[in-house]
Every structure is written in C-alpha cells, then in structure tokens.
Write a protein that binds this ligand. Structure first.
Ligand SMILES: NC(=O)C1=CN([C@@H]2O[C@H](COP(=O)(O)OP(=O)(O)OC[C@H]3O[C@@H](n4cnc5c(N)ncnc54)[C@H](OP(=O)(O)O)[C@@H]3O)[C@@H](O)[C@H]2O)C=CC1
Ligand SMILES: CC(=O)N[C@@H](CCC(=O)OP(=O)(O)O)C(=O)O
Length: 320
C-alpha cells in the first residue's frame, strides 16, 4: 500500500526521536526526512534501518505531506510557516502557536479528545504541552459539565521526569543534581504552562482559576498530576463524569486504582482516577492523572493528530 511521506524537524531531540521511531513502525507513513542542528550528519537507529539527520535548512519540505516540528520554542514558528508554504500540513510540538502564548494566528489546539473535529480538517495544529495535557484531560469532564465551584482556584501539582526539559545541557539537570532528589520549580504560579492551561480552561469556565506547581522527578519519563478541585455540589458517583466523557476513547484509561507512572510509560495513554476528599468544608475532589511526557504529552499525541489530519485511523502506529 502507498505510504504517506512525513518529515520531522528537530528529529535528534527527545520528542523528535520518539516521533521518528513511531513513524518508522507506522503501517501507512514513511519518514521523508529527519533534521537536526548540532547533531546533523549523525545517524539514528530506527526499526527498519538507520536515518541520517540533515540540517534543517536542507529539509525538502515539499516532499512531505505532513511535517512535524519538534524544534525549540521560538525557532519553530518560522519553520511551521515554511512547511505550510511548501504545501505540507503541520503539527507543531512547540509552544509557539499554542493558545495562551500570544501567537498572532489562532490554529486548532490539538488536545485530541477535546478538539478532534477541528484537528481533522486543520492544515496546522498546535500540539499541547506535556503538563497541560495531563491536567486538561483530567479537568475536561468537570469543565464541560460546569461542575467546578464558581470562583474556585483549582490546584494542579505535577511531577515530571527530566526528559521534559529536552536534551539541552543544563547544570541543574546533571545526573548528580537530579538523582535521589525531588524539588519544586516554577513556584508561585510562574511556570509558562500556566497561561496555556488557563487559556484552555477559560474557554469552558470563565471564573475558574488555576494554581500550578511543577516538580522534577529523578526519572527519565512520565508526569503525575494531582489536581484538587472544589465542586459546586458533592457527586454521588465521583468517577461518573470521566467514565461517561471518555467512554470509547482509545487512549484514556479511567480507573479505580490510583495511576502509577510505570503503567503509562512508553504508551500513548492518559490514566485517570478520582477520589472524594474527606474532612474539608467544601465538596472537593482529587484527580490523579498520569501520562508519558514524550508520548501522550508530545510525540504520541502529535501522531494521533497527524493520523486524523491525514484521514487515517486515529490509533495507527501508536503504542497502547
Ligand atoms: N520533552 C518533552 O517532554 C516535550 C517537548 N515538547 C516540545 O517539543 C519540542 C522539542 O522538545 P524536545 O525534544 O524536548 O527538545 P530537545 O532539546 O531534546 O530537541 C530540540 C531539537 O531541535 C534542534 N534544535 C535545537 N536548537 C535549534 C535551533 N536553534 N534551530 C533549529 N533546531 C534546533 C535540536 O537539534 P540538535 O540536538 O541536533 O542541536 C533537536 O533536534 C520543543 O518545542 C518542546 O517544547 C512538547 C511536549 C513535551
Ligand atoms: C521537566 C521540565 O523541565 N519540563 C519542562 C516542560 C516540558 C516541555 O517540554 O514543555 P512544552 O510541553 O511546553 O514543550 C519545563 O518545565 O519547562
């Protein structure tokens, strides 16, 4: 069967490597090109054979029906425009075109389970951030049914593995700094993902605010978010909104037991559980949401969106 050529910009990075590996095993896609910056000329071993990274400037953009950009923030938007001008559809994994980031142009936000129909017909999709994916998938069933207390501040406490920070060398991410350690960062509601999450939440519930605190885990991949939500009224069956909203969704696992990172690593899933909070004055729920930051939080969700944009089965080539 004819395979559809797709290209990856920034294929030498964490997200780009993951994407390239998914494409190499995809039944309907073939890797047209894979680009790098400092690592240009180096090879990446993939199932079915190695690929050599070319410089991004040399990417034959017009040879691809769809281009993924896994370039860093700031560098990506220009390449999205170039790929688009060359006639390709684009999935941008960076923040550049996401809601809440001051992008000049509004393109569909690719939180697939929320915006599937817009993604299907889009020429360009802004793939969500990893923390926003874990938090928004958890909150969507409450937001859509207006179940969160008016004027409430929802607290999102998330812990991420270090691949979330990308491959760039940083002293605070050296093995000796991270291992056997655990710390908060971006505290005081100062992390850049807050704007993205807030913009998405406010499209559904204008008077709900967020307090977001990220933490760094001494592991490679995975995000666990613990989200505390004041409700308008107690829920008789706390898990019902999630079971109903996500019935039939191939990549959302609504579960009774608390999710753990080892259950989601290397899989394109969000695993969600809920608990009623006892001994507090207002009706309150805690939601626990686990994803792999490089898969459902980046490359997997990007491929899920690309499948839809190319008219393919959404689940093709994705690890469940
Ligand atoms: N890591 C994650 O969990 C997630 C990442 N993302 C987003 O995906 C994108 C890629 O992230 P990630 O893979 O972690 O990042 P990495 O730092 O691991 O990779 C960045 C890629 O871009 C290339 N690159 C770096 N600087 C430039 C530049 N100035 N011009 C052109 N190319 C450049 C790098 O090439 P080389 O190494 O050869 O220099 C590499 O291929 C980012 O926008 C990130 O925000 C989104 C969700 C989650
Ligand atoms: C652990 C770590 O440092 N994580 C990154 C976020 C992950 C990421 O890549 O951000 P995007 O999803 O917006 O691209 C951070 O806190 O900046």
């Amino acid at each position: 069967m004819h395979k559809i050529p797709v290209g990856v910009l920034g294929a030498s990075g964490y997200a780009g490597r993951e994407l390239s590996a998914f494409i190499a095993q995809h039944p309907r896609l073939t890797l047209a090109f894979a680009t790098a910056n400092a690592q240009r000329g180096e090879t990446l071993e993939l199932p079915g054979g190695a690929v050599t990274f070319i410089a991004t400037d040399d990417a034959p953009l017009a040879s691809a029906e769809l281009v993924f950009s896994s370039l860093p923030h700031g560098a990506s938007a220009e390449w999205v425009a170039r790929a688009r001008a060359a006639g390709a559809r684009v999935v941008d994994l960076s923040t550049d075109l996401r809601i809440g980031n001051g992008a000049a142009e509004a393109v569909p936000y690719g939180l697939t389970e929320w915006t599937r129909e817009a993604v299907r017909s889009a020429r360009v999709v802004a793939n969500p951030g990893c923390y926003p994916t874990s938090a928004l998938l958890a909150l969507l069933p409450l937001l859509e049914r207006d179940l969160i207390a008016s004027g409430a501040t929802v607290s999102i406490s998330s812990a991420s593995g270090v691949t979330g920070a990308g491959l760039s060398p940083r002293l605070d991410l050296l093995f000796g700094e991270v291992t056997e350690n655990y710390r908060a960062y971006g505290v005081g509601n100062s992390h850049r993902h807050l704007n993205e999450m807030r913009a998405a939440v406010q499209l559904l519930a204008r008077d709900v605010d967020l307090l977001f605190t990220p933490h760094l885990l001494p592991i490679a991949r995975g995000i666990l978010s613990t989200i505390t939500v004041p409700l308008r009224a107690p829920l008789a069956d706390p898990l019902e909104p999630w079971r109903t909203r996500y019935a039939g969704e191939p990549f959302i696992e609504v579960v009774d037991a608390l999710p753990e990172l080892r259950q989601v690593q290397r899989r394109n899933v969000a695993r969600i559980a809920v608990r009623r909070v006892e001994h507090v004055r207002t009706p309150t729920l805690q939601i626990f949401s686990a994803i792999d930051n490089l898969v459902k939080g980046a490359a997997g969700q990007a491929l899920q969106n690309a499948n839809l944009m190319l008219g393919l089965d959404e689940t093709l080539g994705l690890p469940r």
